[in-house]
Design a protein around this ligand. Structure first.
Ligand SMILES: *Cc1c(COP(=O)(O)O)cnc(C)c1O
Length: 428
């Protein structure tokens, strides 16, 4: 199995090269040359075994082929339960049972296992530079914490993440350094990109990133869609449809990968916050990236979704892509109202991101859509207690892993919104 660039400007390469590189040399995103069926019947009671069956066809030529089962056992060591909502024929796919209580834990843990095992033992340490709007940085820090041969540098926008998100970014120490940048998430991303393309700096430090365009983050996420849909099909005899809260389109792209691999997935609908570049596109407007706007669902504050290039690649033209997916925008007032009403209407307390998905579910129901839907719960509500608790009127207890992280001391350093300041911190 070879991997090619969405821009077609590089020769087909092995999965190991694509995993280590992150971005293709022509600036495109790596995609597999085809989307194969799982390697074996899915043992959908076991997420790690499901992940192995889904990922094995991509790893047939990898140096890690014989370690893939072990990698999946380590990465997928917490469940992705499908919980029935009290509203009819609707479920919540809970992806927040990992160490940092958001879905990015699965992919970050998988990537950490893969990169550790692909590393040459005597090579100099690799610095993983992550710009984060909150959840990615914590997941990557947790996954690489104390891993020999890796350092993690996190850049997050000061004052623009929730207090518990900030704690989750700052509580690691050891090989993890966290900087709060005097700027926005876009500024953090710009600083990180500048460092990653600075050849003078890269001659001194082995630098890489772990953002959501990496194949090592995209592919493993197909596993939980495979498990949920296969189990649902076995128990209900019908396909399950998904509503995916969306920012950079990483999670939704993985749902599409699982569907294209032949899993029993019906429709995939995207829920965004007020950053509505995708809803506009799917309604027929040109694709026009914007600057990200701050909303209550801050991990989805994306104006230029980086995986859009993969979606375009997988479809012949705009018409085919628009026929494959739909997207709806949900504003902050509606997010608040949805959180307030969710305990009554659905029997759950959602995080602000998950609330965008629940609102889309409600709209579909109002229009008479009676098909079974799963809303993807991307984070635990306790991570956003400042927003959620006043709306539901009671405290939301953090799950054990998050509580453990919150009990650790936290530390970060301020960083000017200026590339020279970052350069100084990164150079040896
Ligand atoms: C990252 C994130 C999203 C958006 O996921 P994408 O893969 O970027 O579309 C949604 N919700 C939460 C809680 C997140 O952390």
């Amino acid at each position: 199995m070879k991997f090619i660039s969405t821009r077609g400007g590089t020769s087909p390469t092995s999965i190991d090269t694509a995993l280590v590189a992150g971005l293709a040399p022509d600036g495109g995103l790596y995609v597999p040359e085809r989307l194969p069926s799982p390697s074996e019947q899915l043992a959908y009671d076991d997420l790690a075994a499901t992940a192995h069956a889904v990922l094995a066809p991509y790893f047939v030529d990898s140096a890690l082929r014989d370690q893939l089962r072990d990698i999946c056992t380590h990465a997928f060591n917490f469940p992705a339960p499908l919980r029935a909502l009290t509203s009819s024929d609707a479920w919540l796919l809970e992806l927040f049972h990992g160490p940092t209580a958001a879905f990015k834990d699965y992919a970050a843990r998988f990537l950490a296992e893969v990169l550790s095992r692909l590393r040459q033992p005597d090579s100099p340490p690799t610095t993983i530079l992550v710009a984060t709007s909150g959840d990615t940085g914590a997941a990557v820090a947790a996954a690489f914490h104390r891993r020999p041969g890796f350092n993690v540098v996190i850049l997050y926008p000061d004052g623009r993440v929730s207090p518990r998100q900030a704690h989750g970014l700052e509580c690691w120490g050891d090989n993890v350094r966290t900087y709060r940048v005097a700027g926005t998430f876009d500024d953090c991303q710009r600083l990180a990109k500048q460092a990653l393309s600075d050849s003078e700096l890269r001659a001194q430090v082995a630098l890489t990133t772990a953002n959501s365009i990496s194949l090592g983050r995209l592919l493993p996420q197909a596993a939980y869609y495979a498990q949920a849909s296969a189990r649902f099909h076995a128990e209900h005899g019908t396909t399950l449809n998904f509503i995916v809260p969306t920012g950079n389109l990483g999670n939704a792209s993985a749902a599409l990968v699982a569907k294209r691999m032949g899993l029993p997935i019906g429709e995939i609908v995207l829920a965004t916050n007020a950053n509505d570049v995708l809803p506009r596109y799917f309604d027929g407007a040109d694709y026009t990236p914007q600057a990200g706007r701050a909303t209550l669902a801050n991990a989805m504050d994306v104006g230029a979704p980086s995986n859009f290039e993969r979606l375009r690649y997988w479809h012949r033209d705009d018409a085919e892509l628009r026929a494959a997916l739909r997207a709806y925008a949900v504003d902050d007032a509606t997010i608040q109202q949805t959180i307030r009403q969710a305990p009554q209407r659905h029997g759950v307390v959602p995080c602000p991101h998950t609330a965008t998905g629940l609102h889309v579910l409600e709209s579909l129901h109002e229009r008479g859509d009676a098909r079974p839907w799963a809303v993807v719960a991307t984070a635990h509500p306790a991570k956003f207690e400042g927003i959620v608790e006043p709306l539901v009127g009671h405290a939301v207890e953090p799950p054990p892993a998050l509580a453990a992280a919150l009990a650790r001391p936290a530390a970060s350093q301020p960083l000017a919104n200026d590339y020279r300041a970052l350069y100084k911190e990164l150079s040896p």
